[in-house]
Design a protein around this ligand. Structure first.
Ligand SMILES: [Cu+2]
Length: 742
């Protein structure tokens, strides 16, 4: 964090006061979540669509869903909440905003048509969207000048001279939407990344329209997903640049289960998806999203981004689109597919009998983000950040009928060292009502000694091991072609002066987070080098002039060392490929940060002083301090080597690396990077079960289109720069690929 000079506060007060006062205020009044009844309505089951050869059409539609429980406001009455969801043709409403779940089969492509019928922010009834869009972010901006996108995006808090009017107002045009298949091994043209959005009135960006039926004015994209990857509980959700947090919050998320009949474990207990999210509501039962303005005392005012909040956490837990539901279960085994679809909230989950009578049922993790484990892993609790999935078998056979178990949550916010959840509200997720007599359960029993899911007799092969999960080292026979050291950085804003709406006194507030970055690089790979005509000049760095710094070779195995320099954990997500967690290791953050800051070469433009940054001072958004490509191999990524010695005596790294938790030791696409640690990933740029060394690993050209991205899956972070493009260098010419029909 930087030390701010008092001298500059005088000029800030005028600008900040004006800027903050102009921002529109939501008329919504937040509803206290303790007033919402718990465990009143049953868990909604999500619509399932079994994919065949016919195209599946889903229409993004605004409708009223039944999110809050019966009797929240009036006894016997289910409140209606305006939401957005993916409806099928002919559907005009649905009880749950979530879904549907597409059930696809490995080897059979699925053609999806996604239609945007969301209309305009000016007329939407989803007030959380209407009052929370933030035009000061680097965002889709469909009304922006096509030659000068993101007209309001700026690095400093106050509008610079010549900046267009209205940047401090909410966006009022057609709603942009992009559909990403999270965990999907798909061509870059179909990835649905942040730059592939389209609107209901036919404007679009990127290759969203390079889909099967070509270009033209329309309100849909057609994606033909290959489904060539192993069986996995992946999902689809909105990914619009700078607005993902609001589109997903409004409801745009569904499931996508790939079944692999040859390799999936057989005879698993019945599957129940549990998509966990947190929300806030107003006193009319409508979705509420807090803005960061001074009048909203929930947050420190942050006039650089008047509506963006650093991490949204709601005070209501919603499962499958219903607040605090219950599920009636029989005395037998179930497979629960847990998916954390929240913006920022982490869940640390376990079952209890609140009456203190029944022993909680046993739980076994059998699958991670992108496939099954070889053996079930018994857990007492497990932790999920946003974007992660776990498949868990719970055996209720030992729980007495009539017991009402509660799924608890003890994860702190921000995770892992913030405030504990309130036990009576967000400290509980849902209820399981155990009912009936014991049944003769013949499904797979994870409690049997030596039980295997893969690799056993009559089962598919054990999963390919990049990592020896017991030691946290690369598996025998696996070598890494590159090691990248990539940092997570938080950039703090300037101190703010604004009128406290309660006291009426002009008050100086400390600067909040301005943006969050991966490898200190903004999403577009550019940096501020000076000021001309009142606007900031942006020029690419010499060491990645294309703006893309992570350009792995197809088929290579790389070690990504995520060096977390922030105070919080971040769920790091890679598109296209799945990876295995290698290990985590503590490091001396103070010593490393000092070396990191000292490596900056000076220059650029410091908006606090109006001067270039001195040598040896952190430059926000500069990129890594050293040249990205010519640093020593160990530190590829442009940062001081985390494994080097500081001042010739003390290592940055502390203690020994910790192997992944047993339940994490499968294929993942989203992993927790804790503060104070370097989190190492073994990333292979190839499908999971293609033999190492295969040329043309992917059935499609992984290069082209809009490319891919890697980012933090705290959606509020990815919406504010904590995301970077990746471009995979193919090792076969495009025309030689078998899968080209996209
Ligand atoms: Cu983050």
């Amino acid at each position: 964090m930087r030390i701010w000079k008092v001298l500059l506060l005088a000029c800030l007060i005028v600008s900040a006061g004006t800027w903050g006062a102009m921002a529109a205020q939501s008329p919504q009044v937040p509803l206290a979540s303790k007033a919402i009844p718990k465990f009143v309505d049953p868990l909604p089951s999500l619509d399932a669509i079994v994919a065949g050869t016919d195209q599946i059409e889903l229409q993004m539609t605004e409708f009223q869903a039944e999110v809050l429980p019966t009797g929240t406001f009036t006894p016997g009455v289910v409140p209606k909440t305006w939401v957005w969801g993916y409806l099928q043709p002919g559907q005009t409403t649905r009880a749950s905003y979530l879904g549907p779940v597409i059930v696809a089969t490995r080897g059979q492509p699925t053609e999806m048509k996604f239609v945007n019928n969301l209309g305009s922010a000016a007329t939407t009834n989803v007030l959380a969207y209407k009052y929370s869009t933030d035009q000061t972010l680097h965002w889709a901006d469909p009304l922006g000048d096509p030659d000068m996108k993101n007209k309001c995006n700026h690095m400093v808090m106050f509008p610079s001279p010549g900046e267009p009017d209205g940047c401090d107002q909410n966006y009022n045009g057609p709603v942009p939407a992009a559909v990403h298949l999270h965990g999907g091994e798909v061509p870059p043209q179909l990835d649905g990344g942040p730059d592939s959005w389209f609107t209901s009135d036919g404007s679009y960006q990127g290759h969203g329209f390079y889909s099967k039926d070509g270009n033209g004015l329309k309100n849909y994209s057609i994606y033909r997903y290959p489904n060539e990857q192993q069986g996995a509980p992946i999902w689809f959700h909105d990914h619009t640049l700078g607005a993902t947090r609001l589109n997903v919050y409004a409801g745009l998320a569904g499931g996508y289960l790939i079944k692999d009949p040859v390799n999936d474990p057989a005879n698993l207990p019945p599957l129940v998806p549990l998509v966990i999210q947190d929300r806030m509501f107003d006193t009319n039962g409508q979705l509420f999203f807090p803005a960061d303005t001074a009048a909203n005392l929930l947050w420190t005012p942050n006039p650089e981004h008047p509506y963006w909040v650093p991490e949204f956490v709601g005070d209501v837990i919603v499962v499958n689109g219903k607040a605090w539901p219950y599920l009636t279960v029989e005395k037998k085994r179930y497979t629960f597919l847990f998916l954390n679809g929240s913006n920022a909230r982490t869940y640390e989950m376990f079952l209890i009998d609140p009456a203190g009578v029944a022993t909680p049922p046993r739980m076994w993790v059998i699958g991670t983000d992108d496939g099954y484990l070889d053996k079930p892993v018994q857990v007492k609790k497990f932790t999920m950040m946003s974007g992660e999935r776990y498949q868990v078998i719970v055996d209720f056979s030992t729980v007495p009928a009539g017991t009402n178990l509660v799924l608890k949550n003890t994860a702190k916010t921000p995770f892992p060292a913030g405030a504990a959840p309130i036990a009576t509200t967000v400290g509980q997720i849902m209820q399981f009502r155990v009912n009936g007599n014991a049944v003769n359960d013949t499904t797979f029993n994870p409690a049997v000694a030596g039980a295997t899911l893969r690799g056993g007799a009559g089962q598919g092969p054990a999963i390919m091991r990049l990592v020896n999960a017991a030691t946290g080292a690369l598996a025998a026979g696996v070598t890494a072609q590159k090691t990248r050291q990539l940092t997570l950085n938080e950039v703090m804003g300037m101190p703010q002066a604004a009128v406290n709406p309660v006291t009426g006194v002009l008050t100086n507030y400390p600067g909040g987070p301005l943006e969050i970055l991966v490898n200190n690089t903004k999403w577009d790979g550019k940096r501020i080098v000076g000021v001309a005509n009142g606007m900031y000049e942006l020029l690419p760095r010499g060491d990645f002039p294309s703006g893309v710094s992570e350009t792995p070779n197809e088929g290579d195995t790389e070690i990504w060392e995520i060096v977390n320099l922030t105070a919080d954990a971040h769920p790091i997500h890679l598109h296209l490929t799945s990876f295995q967690l290698l290990n985590r290791q503590n490091f001396n953050v103070t010593a490393y940060t000092a070396a990191y800051n000292a490596a900056f070469p000076g220059g650029g433009y410091d908006p606090m002083t109006g001067q270039p940054y001195p040598v040896g001072v952190f430059i926000p958004g500069f990129g890594p301090p050293l040249d990205y490509n010519t640093g020593i191999t160990r530190a590829l990524g442009g940062n001081p080597d985390i494994a080097a010695f500081a001042n010739g005596k003390k290592k940055y790294l502390l203690g020994a690396p910790t192997p992944p938790l047993p339940e994490e030791a499968g294929w993942k696409d989203t992993v927790i990077a804790y503060p104070g640690q370097v989190t190492r990933l073994a990333v292979r740029w190839a499908p999971q079960d293609v033999p190492i060394g295969t040329i043309g690993s992917y059935p499609f050209d992984p290069n082209g289109g809009d490319g891919y991205v890697w980012h933090c899956h705290i959606v509020d972070h990815e919406d504010n720069e904590m995301m970077r493009p990746t471009s995979v260098m193919p090792n076969l010419p495009p025309e030689s690929r078998s899968y080209t029909d996209y």
